[in-house]
Write a protein that binds this ligand. Structure first.
Ligand code: NAD
Ligand code: MG
Length: 406
């Protein structure tokens, strides 16, 4: 098992600061990561590269505050803005996709992969190839390129540290050398903002309502995915690659309080769970300090105050995206990459006001069906094949949106 068989090759931080790169530093996970570093003892970490796509102002402020060696903006049109903001600071400025890919190859001990979407795949792979400790927030990497990605992890000797709260929880409680003793891995899902809504209510849901998550504060894409439950579907695929117990042993239970972040049930009837306040700084801190633990500002859990933890079975009729993702995993081949790409487009179109909330799943489902019906359906074998497949599925999803009136 790639994730467990890697030795605890912690860098010797007693002698020098730990070199850290944050890919997607201006996003929700990126900012939480830097917040933990901000609170750490000065000299513990040294920031190599910070990257963002468009927000040059926020990136420049971070680069100055943390003394980054290089700040990379993906959108080349924002280069001048970044140049101006960093002039005279001695911080190297770079722009464009190639620069982002290059930044991910710069020697670092620990890289946070927090770019959203398939855009994060190639940079994360570059970090993996340098054998770093890679804290993986970007689940789309594993959904679109699971086998290719895990193959690279195995080959490079990189250490993959799951940051997605559910996978981080499983990572904490799974006896990785005893997978034969696992009865089930149970991922918890908050159920998102529409847990109590009818299909008719969801039909008219606005982007603002969809991103208003009851428990977690996150970027827009993952928030919409949480509202459709596609997020949990993507997480089942993510878990499938990280913890190879097989799809039949991966369950999902709705747990609206988001206190239990996931569980592992063993064949003797024991169930081990990881609990904590819904604050990403706990799983990020776990990955940052691993195999040690660090203080985080996450609110300490007061179970008596919370009072009740409740659970229910997911409703696949109101939330078809969860079933769709499981089906894609069962189909294998191109299917997971296709649903991932189609979903990214569908969510973006929904956020742009171009289609309704329920159509997100319909679009993904119909693109998947069409792609599985025609042409090559065998799994991509390398990064280029994944990206080509991703491009085609995105195009098909765009065409789907254009050919429907809402
Ligand atoms: P976000 O939208 O807040 O931030 C995304 C970051 O990626 C930003 O820094 C942005 O500049 C950068 N980015 C966006 N498009 C890019 C592109 N094309 N090229 C390069 N950089 C680009 O997202 P987030 O909520 O921080 O989520 C990041 C990843 O972590 C996602 O894959 C998400 O599924 C995963 N994740 C997030 C959370 C959470 O609590 N936010 C929890 C679990 C997993
Ligand atoms: Mg999650």
């Amino acid at each position: 098992m790639a994730i467990a068989s890697i030795p605890l090759n912690q860098p010797d931080t007693a002698k020098r600061p730990r070199r850290v790169t944050v890919l997607g530093s201006t996003g929700s996970v990126g900012c939480s990561t830097l917040d933990l570093i901000r609170r750490s003892v000065p000299g513990t970490y040294e920031i190599v590269a910070l990257t963002a796509q468009t927000n040059a102002v926020a990136l420049a402020a971070q680069a100055i505050e943390f003394g980054a060696k290089v700040a990379v903006i993906g959108d080349e049109a924002k280069r001048a803005e970044l140049d101006n903001a960093l002039s005279g600071t001695g911080i190297e400025v770079a722009a464009g996709r190639e620069a982002l890919l290059e930044a991910a190859t710069r020697p670092a001990d620990w890289v946070m992969a927090a770019i959203v979407g398939t855009a994060g795949l190639a940079p994360t792979l570059n970090a993996v190839r340098q054998g770093a400790h890679v804290a993986l927030a970007n689940k789309e990497c594993l959904v679109s390129a699971g086998h290719v990605f895990m193959g690279e992890v195995e080959a490079s000797g990189a250490t993959l540290l799951p940051v997605d709260s559910e996978h981080n929880a499983i990572f904490q409680v799974l006896e990785k050398d005893r997978l034969d003793c696992v009865d089930k891995i149970i991922l918890t899902a908050s159920g998102g903002p529409f847990l109590q809504k009818s299909i008719e209510d969801m039909r008219w849901a606005t982007p603002a309502q969809a991103v208003a998550h009851p428990q977690w504060s996150m970027g827009a894409k993952i928030s919409v995915d949480s509202a459709t439950l596609m997020n949990k579907g993507l997480e089942v695929i993510e878990a499938y690659h990280l913890f190879p117990v097989g799809l039949d042993k991966l369950d999902v239970v709705i747990h609206p309080q988001s206190i239990i972040h996931s569980m592992v049930a063993y064949k003797d009837g024991s169930v081990l769970a990881q609990l904590g306040s819904p604050d990403m700084r706990t799983p990020i801190g776990y990955a940052l300090a691993w195999p040690n633990r660090m203080e985080t500002p996450s609110e300490k859990l007061d179970l008596a105050k919370i009072g009740q933890l409740t659970f229910e079975t997911p409703d696949l009729e109101r939330f078809p995206a969860l079933g769709l993702a499981r089906e894609a995993l069962r189909l294998g081949g191109i299917a997971p990459a296709v649903i991932n790409a189609a979903n990214e487009i569908a969510v973006a179109e929904f956020l742009a006001g171009n289609m309704g909330f329920l159509e997100i799943s319909t679009c993904v489902s119909e693109v998947l069906e069409a792609e599985m019906a025609g042409g090559k359906t065998s799994a991509p074998q390398n990064l280029e094949e994944v990206l080509e497949l991703d491009k085609i599925a995105r195009q098909k999803a765009r065409e789907w949106v254009q050919s429907h009136t809402f």
